[in-house]
Write a protein that binds this ligand. Structure first.
Ligand SMILES: [Zn+2]
Length: 119
């Protein structure tokens, strides 16, 4: 029983420690990533934790229109226009057989632009 309580306390402490980052993420603020790093590195100073919390609450959230609506990794199904995986051969929404897009670059969509400084 004591072990379970200790684990529960540790989990709660971690959640509480990252509360500013969680609030920033939930509010979809532009600086959410920076707030998370400030929270991570300076949260233990208490002052850093309070600063991150104020920042997370005060920062204006990104307007819904500014959020990316389309996932570039996805494509439209030609039959039902649902977003599907580019490597899919059957649409998971309407079960229509779709053409698989170029397998070579579909397997590794890591770098869309080659780096000119690295040859
Ligand atoms: Zn479909």
């Amino acid at each position: 029983m004591e072990v379970i309580l200790t684990i529960a306390f540790i989990v709660l402490a971690i959640v509480f420690y990252f509360l500013p980052a969680l609030i920033a993420d939930k509010r979809k603020v532009a600086a959410a990533g920076t707030i998370a790093w400030v929270n991570f590195f300076f949260g233990w100073t208490i002052l850093g934790w309070i600063a991150a919390l104020i920042w997370a609450v005060a920062e204006a959230p990104i307007a819904p229109a500014a959020l990316p609506r389309d996932d570039p990794e996805q494509r439209d199904c030609p039959a039902c226009y649902s977003k599907i995986d580019p490597r899919a051969t059957i649409c998971p929404h309407c079960r229509t057989a779709v053409e698989r897009l170029g397998s070579a670059d579909a397997e590794a969509p890591a770098s869309p632009k080659p780096n000119p400084y690295y040859r």
